[in-house]
Every structure is written in C-alpha cells, then in structure tokens.
Design a binder for this molecule. Sequence first.
Ligand code: GCB
Length: 600
Amino acid sequence: TMEKDLLYPVTNAYREDQKLDGLWDFKFDPASEGEANGWPTGLEDPIKMPVPASFNDFFTDKDAREYTGDFWYLKKFFVPNYFEGKKVGIRFGAATHRAKIFVNGQEIRSHEGGFLPFTADITDAIKLGEDNVVAVKINNELHRDALPAGDTITLKNGKKMAKPFFDFYNYSGLNRSVHLVAIPKENIEDYSTTYEVSNDQATVHYSVEADSNADVKVSLADEDGHVVATATGAEGDLVVENPTLWQVRDAYLYTIKIKLVQGGTVVDEYSDEIGLRTIEIKGHQILVNHKPVYLKGFGRHEDSIYAGRAFDLNVERRDLNLMKWIGANSYRSSHYPYDEQAYKFADREGILITDEVPAVGFKMAAASFLGGLDQSFFDGDWIDDLYKKHIDQVKDMIKRDKNHPSVLAWSLCNEPDTSSDSAVPYFTKLFNDSADLDPEKRPRTFTLNEDDTFETSKCLKFPDFYLLNRYPGWYHKWGYEISDGEAGLRAELDEWQKSDIDKPIVFSEYGADTEPGLHKLPSIMWSEEYQIELLEMFNRVFDSYDFIRGEQPWNLADFQTVEGNMRVNGNKKGIFTRDRQPKAAAFYLRKRWNSLPLDY
Ligand code: GCB
C-alpha cells in the first residue's frame, strides 16, 4: 500500500509529484484542544509559517522558541481532475516527532519518528478539481520511550519544556518538503539491488515489489543515456560489460528504469540513479570495490541559522563543497537519517555515509548536564516501548536508503550504555531483527562512548566495525594535561591491538569547542590554536595503529544545542563556523587529508 511505500516521489508519464512547500497556517495548541475545536478544517487566528523549516528560531519571544507540546500546520491544496483513477497521497519528509494527518476534516493516519518520511493515502478523502485542506497536528515532546530520548517537564508556570538526553537543539516542525503525489492504482512499491563487480563486468541483482501482477521490465542506462542491460521479471540480473564503477570521490551513476507492463501496455514506471559498487569489511579493512578505503570526514548535523533543522539544499551544496575542499570522503548522518536529497547528492559526489537512526540519548550518564540518573538506561521500564519504535525506525531507514551507493553502513545507535548487562538482550534483539533488512547486507554498527571501552563494553560482539567517540583533551585530561589524554588513548588502543578482535575501528567523534577568532599563544582551551593541537594529538595516535581505518572529527560545523553552562550559543566543535567559514583547524586538516592516500 501507499502508506508503506518509501520510494522518493518522481514525475513521469504515470506519476505526479507536486511540492506543497511554502507558507502554511500555524498555531500552537498548548491545551491540546484543537481536535475538539474543529482545527482539522481551519485554525483560528493562525500565523504564517514557512515549510520546510523548524518553527523555533523565527520567534523573538522565548516561550514560543522553546514551545513544547502540540502544534498545527494547515494548508489548502488543489487536486487536479487528471488525478482521477490514481492513488493520491501527501508525503511528509519529516514531522518532529509525531504527527496526525487530517484531510478535509477526516483523520487519515498517525506517524511517530521525526526524521523519516511517511505518506498519508488521501485517495478517499479528496475532492477532484477543487481546493482541499490538509491539517497536521504535531507533537514535539521528548520521552524516554521515544527516539531521540529525553524527558518533557512542566515548569511551575505550567509551560512544558523539552529536556533532551542529547546534544542538539530539539528543532521542531515540518523540517522537510511536503509532496502531493499521485501514482497508478497498480504500482511499483519498492525495488532493491545488490552488486557483484570486477573490472570488466558488473552484475546488478535486482528485485521489484509491486502492488500488481503485471510483468516487470527493467533496463539500465549509462550517463549518456545508452541502455547497457535489460531484464524481465520481478527478480533478475542486469549484466554490464566494461562497467564504470561508482568509486569514492569519483562517482558514476547508472539509471535503472522499472516498468510494469499489462497486456502490452505500460501501467507504471519508476527510475532511479544507482551506483555499481560493492562494500565489504575484511579483517581490519573497509573495502569498496574490493579496495581498502580510509575514511576522512565528519560527524554532521542538519542545522543552520533561521530555519533550524530544515533541509536546505543551499547549505548542503556548501557543506559538500567544504568537504571536498578539505579532502573528506565520508560523513556520518549523526544523529538521525538526513533528508533524501542529501543521499542523492552524496551519490553524485562519491561521498560515503554512515547512516544513523535517531537512537540517541540511550545513556543516563551522557545526559550529565541534565542531571543524569544513577541507573542503566536499559534497566528502565520504558525499554520495551522504546524498542518497538527503535526497530521500526531502523526498518524505515534501511528501506528508504538501501539503494544509495553512498550508504556505506548502518549506525543503529549513538553512544548507548553498553557497559551494563541489560544492554546485551536489547542489542541481541536489535541486531537479530535487523540482520536481513538490507539486501546488500551492509555493515552494522553503533558508536561507543568513552565509558564503553574494550574492557567495559558488554556489546563488542555486535558491530561489524567499531565507531569510537572519544574526548581526551576536552572532557577529561584537557588543556595542559593533554599529554596524559594522549597516553590514556594509546593505553586503550594498545588493549584493542593485543586483543583478537579482527575488525576496523573508525574514530567517529573527537574534538574541542573552539570560539572562532579567539587566538592565544601558547594555546588555551577554546582557542583556535588548541583545536589544532588536539587534532594533531589524535592524528599522531591514529597514525600509530593500522586497524584505525578512519577519522571523523566532531563536527563539520558549529551547531545549536539546548542552552547550558557547557555551551556558548551551541556546540562549537565545528571545524567550520555555523555560517560555514573555516576556523584555523580547517587549513590544518586540509593539508593532512589531501596528503593521505585513499587506501592509507
Ligand atoms: C558526544 C555526542 C555528540 C555531542 C558531543 C559533544 O559524544 O555524540 O552529540 O555533541 O559528544 O560535543 O559533547
């Protein structure tokens, strides 16, 4: 059905995709009375709100910016007569964190999870050739049984406030584009591909799921539009002689075209760009097309001024240019799956992505600036409910992103408390239940926080490779003690080296908050000089261990967080500022990364 379909919308002879972006009506609903008061068909005294955007930073008063609870978006939209006989849906790229959709007053569906798309099938609720009304009731509260994890408290003045167990601002709203889509009744629901490649031949094993018993025809065309292979059937092989492979920072994309044919007539068609390449972990190596790759890149955020967490193609263009300039070949979609356009862009630019589900805050001590609880997160009575949402979002992320050549691996959690026994059954289930979701069987992993070391973590058997988040030189052994920080890091890595664990390690976070323009000789913390010294320290260590197969400092750019005594208008660990200009460290990293070979 349309509601399970996560294919990215397209327009062609059989399908229609219209954006419903722009100004929507908007209203807060602190008493949760909108549904009873007829808001599904019209808001009383609404204000205008741009979509896609987070509502928060547009406001000039603090209560509105920090608003936590229910809020509504509403828009009129016209349904053309030629949609007759089609299935019609509204596809939301993201609604933070849970949403209920109404069309012409009729409740259509609900959805939980603020970083993944969903479609409301509105076929039976619309009027053709007329204006229709869509209303979205959203709720942005944080809870321990939801992703990302946090609490919602009520202040003595009655106002609700989100208390994230994570370090990014709880930007809320319709953060990604809204699409009005029409597809044939008999339609292509999904497709997937796996690859075998050698220098003179590549085979694409494809499989198509359709809401129809029509015949399936598939073709593959190169970048010049020449068809290089064809096949028939819901499953089959496309064999390409002398293929141009998708390579890291040297992308080449083929177009796969899928057709449903009934009695000689085409009833649906879907095209997409794919890359011919394989991914594998072998011993300590990460292999792309059977060749070792050393990851250079960043943890990132979808974050920019004015529109908060809105996906902005302009920011993405700039970020990819910065990554190319600095010599990066990869990033982690910390701490949630990004807008689909980011993956399409990375496919085109040859960037590798570790795709992360919004499972963040699964650790009480990590929320220490919020007064962490003295309990393992996984002992909480919220765990069963949380797990359902967690595996649900892992499923949707993999279903949505599995066809992108840029996706290297799946990160199933950021910094969970894996040192407690109660984490083991949780991760056993998570890794079992997600084992067969990706036809390509890409590596799966999670990041390990500082408390989860070779000695303390009880969950080291699960990841296919390790992502380590480590902060010596910043959260401990800082400033003049950084030499002890280096010694501690080496001591930990020596333990890994002595072990029989034969898997690569990627450093997925390390860094120093740095105020741009603050210079000091000799360095002090927060100065641009100190940020470079910290990176130099880590790089010395990385260069001493050959099982370290990647470095992704935290963060590409400064980003907004909840306010607090550890944050000066956000997290300043960016190598670039929030407006995407270089700190001194950017020039240092550029020199290093441009001199490291791909298979370093
Ligand atoms: C972490 C988190 C990241 C934070 C970072 C920091 O371990 O994964 O979300 O922003 O540390 O700078 O504290």
